[in-house]
Design a protein around this ligand. Structure first.
Ligand code: BG6
Length: 486
């Protein structure tokens, strides 16, 4: 087997130090990286190999948390790191990349290569073309591209065209790290490995679904990126819609990459096109404002003083198919919320008639199923039980499963799982070109509407709150309210 080299474009960036290197170190620790591998960092910052190794070693000490890993062979891992100073936007440097790869592998035409694009999205279309011009798009190479893949439908179509002119689809891995989360994958196991939920999993028994992925952090040091993205491109068009797909998709007959990804695309293609009414009333966008000593979004570094970029979005989505017609999916995401949590709440229909008294007078008549992706990963079913003692009062109780009971989740996170899948050539958990296009096709009218109607509302919400009150109003239309996890 030829020597394996992973080439990271954006090697001194935030994603590389926070996510990629800790993930690669996890794989190294578990002996899950190919023998004799190298990792070649590429960026404009001037490092020697030794400096880069020191820099990553320092960062690993900050971002690796498990005690076992902190005490593991970090130095040894870092000895596999190399660095090449190169501006990825300029074609000239790619000859030097070729030469460096030959040196590293001792091969004339190394092709056991994995490129990882952890750069600003503006380079996603440039790098593959430069790789092609330097004949570095060899048959066994693979490329992982970060999200958002495209800025809107047109740019995503254009990017797909560029990628298709450089690589075969099976070489292209569009990453969405939410799919690498154990708990996201478990939605499929929960739905399709258990018979009892399937008969209930449709419009006849489910009233509505909520998907929440919120964070109690701001944009950190990423003002430059975030200004051009906003919550819709950063979270909704990829992570949240993937969760909708996992919740709503049909079971594939055989679980493999093609069948799974076909079902995802079918969900995207069934999303009810957004009407003018939806654009006006069923989408709420917000931006966090200062509270106490915490700055508002417009006070963050690299953010315009009059920025209209959304840091919060809540939407009502419909799916036009037999299983889901008439069942709203309410999704929301936001920065600077009271807590960090990702969960899906499935609200079943109410009992047709309530014959018992309820403890405290308030009697929820509907069962709720909560799939908690993070933190406190687990699944909770809420249902009514008789309060012990005289009379027939009913109260709601919880039946819960926590991953802790299985000995916790594996160490290393979504990125480790996905990088390993890519090295092994398994594209199941990566987004296919048709899925990325179908998803943009659905969201494009929102971007267009915001662009063409500068007066479309953007509501402020103070740091540490659950977002604009208008998003509550959207839920009230359905006689519902958001489930705010504590
Ligand atoms: C990233 C977004 O894709 O996902 C970030 O760019 C966001 O803005 C992050 O903070 C959330 O991921 P996780 O795994 O921490 O929930």
């Amino acid at each position: 087997m030829n020597k394996f080299v992973m080439i990271i474009f954006g090697a001194s960036g935030d994603l590389t130090k926070r996510k990629l290197m800790p993930a690669l170190y996890t794989l190294y620790n578990d002996r899950r990286l190919p023998d004799g591998f190298s990792i070649l960092g590429i960026g404009r910052t001037d490092y020697t190999d030794a400096h880069y190794q020191e820099y990553i070693l320092d960062e690993l000490r900050k971002y690796v948390s498990s005690k076992e890993q902190v005490e593991g062979p970090m130095n040894e891992f870092c000895s596999h790191l190399r660095y090449l100073t190169l501006d990825p936007a300029e074609a000239e440097g790619y000859g030097a990349l070729d030469k460096r790869l030959q040196e590293l592998t001792g091969e004339q035409n190394p092709d056991n290569l994995l490129y990882y694009l952890a750069t600003p999205p503006s380079l996603y279309g440039v790098i593959p073309l430069h790789l092609k011009a330097a004949h570095l798009n060899r048959p066994h190479t693979r490329i992982i591209v970060e999200k958002p893949f495209g800025y809107d439908l047109e740019s995503a179509l254009e990017l797909n065209k560029i990628y298709a002119s450089v690589f075969e689809e099976h070489q292209i891995y569009r990453i969405d790290h939410f799919l690498g989360k154990e708990t996201a994958q478990n939605i499929l196991a929960f739905r399709f490995a258990n018979g009892i939920f399937e008969p209930l999993w449709n419009r006849n028994y489910i009233d509505y679904v909520e998907i929440t992925a919120v964070e109690n952090l701001g944009i950190e040091q990423r003002g430059g990126f975030y200004e051009g993205a906003g919550a819709l491109r950063d979270m909704v068009q990829n992570h949240l819609i993937q969760l909708v797909a996992l919740t709503a998709m049909e079971p594939p007959a055989v679980f493999n990459a093609d069948n799974f990804r076909n079902e995802v695309v079918k969900v995207y293609e069934s999303l009810a096109p957004l009407t003018e009414e939806d654009l006006n009333e069923h989408i709420v966008r917000g931006q966090y404002t200062a509270s106490g000593i915490k700055p508002g979004y417009r006070e963050e570094k690299n953010v315009a003083l009059d920025s209209r970029t959304e840091t919060y979005i809540a939407m009502k989505i419909g799916i036009n198919n037999w299983r889901w017609s008439g069942v709203p999916f309410y999704i929301r995401t936001g920065k600077q919320m009271p807590t960090k949590v990702t969960e899906i709440v499935v609200h079943f229909r109410e009992t047709p008639h309530q014959m018992f008294r309820c403890e405290g007078g308030h009697c929820p008549r509907a069962n709720k199923l909560i799939l908690r992706l993070q933190p406190n990963e687990g699944i909770v079913l809420k249902f009514g039980m008789k309060v012990p003692g005289p009379g027939f009062d009913v109260k709601q109780v919880m039946m819960d499963f926590s991953y802790d009971k299985l000995g916790g989740l594996p160490t290393g996170d979504a990125y480790a799982r996905l990088i390993e899948d890519c090295i092994q050539g398994d594209p199941t958990l990566f987004t296919r070109s048709d899925a990325v296009e179908a998803s943009w096709r659905f969201f494009n009218p929102v971007l267009k509407y915001w662009k063409e109607c500068p007066d479309a509302p953007l509501y402020g919400y103070p740091v540490g709150t659950w977002g604009p009150l208008e998003s509550e109003a959207m839920m009230r239309e359905h006689g519902a309210e958001w489930t705010n996890p504590c």
